[in-house]
Design a protein around this ligand. Structure first.
Ligand SMILES: C[S@@+](CC[C@H](N)C(=O)[O-])C[C@H]1O[C@@H](n2cnc3c(N)ncnc32)[C@H](O)[C@@H]1O
Length: 227
């Protein structure tokens, strides 16, 4: 199937995205309407970030972790439970900001949550770990202007390009970035080019096979550090 066909399916998926209360690694999480459900690659991201935060806490007594596009907040709020982690996150979708705040309150977890595009409303400062489960599609199937479609669509990877440029100021000297991508929906060649151009090296630190609706997909997690 070509990418534009997949993008049309992705658009339908976002239109009918399920909401309610879901299990997330053994905890219940609220998923509000139009917010990306954390049931696919999100549990693996949060496990990987826990591992990175643990490494960071071997040499520092505080680890600053930031999630771009936190959706329900399930991943960052899980990591925020770790002693020594100072967590924050931002999302372009107001419903996601509301959702993450609700889950933080429900779980009794401290996390600064902002709403805005990329780092625009995030106070100055640097992070030891920055991660983003990126919107996979760079295609524009049309009719994706509503903010809920930002969960899956970033036409021409405009936001990803800016995000990587912003990370140059936002990432601490020896910090790491983790990006969640996949082999079917993303344009990985383009993503590797953007990473390189922004001055980072990357390696695949894990791959998982999951199903997306009825479709099997292979996801990867890219670990970036400064060249
Ligand atoms: C694939 S979803 C991931 C949601 C959540 N992190 C998870 O893993 O369950 C991508 C998220 O990025 C957010 N996003 C897209 N473009 C953004 C931008 N320019 N600034 C901030 N967040 C953005 C979307 O609103 C969405 O919540």
């Amino acid at each position: 199937m070509d990418k534009l066909e997949l993008a049309k399916i992705g658009k339908e998926y976002i239109n009918q995205s399920p909401y309610g209360i879901f299990d997330f690694r053994g905890s219940e999480v609220i998923v509000l309407p139009t917010v990306f459900p954390p049931t696919y690659n999100t549990p693996t991201i949060s496990e990987l970030i826990e591992g990175l935060a643990n490494n960071c806490l071997q040499s520092k007594n505080q680890c600053r972790v930031f999630e771009m596009g936190m959706g329900t907040g399930a991943a960052i709020l899980t990591v925020a439970k770790m002693k020594g982690v100072v967590a924050s996150a931002s999302d372009i979708a107001p419903m996601a900001a509301l959702n993450a705040k609700a889950n933080a309150l429900w779980w009794g977890v401290e996390c600064d949550i902002y709403q805005g595009s990329l780092f625009e409303n995030v106070p100055e400062g640097q992070f030891d770990i920055i991660f983003w489960n990126i919107p996979f599609f760079k295609e524009n199937p049309g009719g994706i202007d509503e903010v809920k479609f930002r969960a899956g669509f970033d036409p021409d990877y405009k936001y990803l390009t800016q995000f990587l440029a912003d990370c140059n100021n936002r990432l601490a000297e020896d910090g790491h970035i983790l990006l969640a991508v996949d082999y079917e929906m993303c344009d990985l060649a383009h993503i590797y080019q953007l990473i390189d151009k922004a001055g980072f090296n990357s390696e695949v630190c894990q791959e998982i096979n999951i199903s997306w609706g009825a479709m099997p997909v292979k996801c990867a997690f890219l670990l970036l550090e400064r060249k």
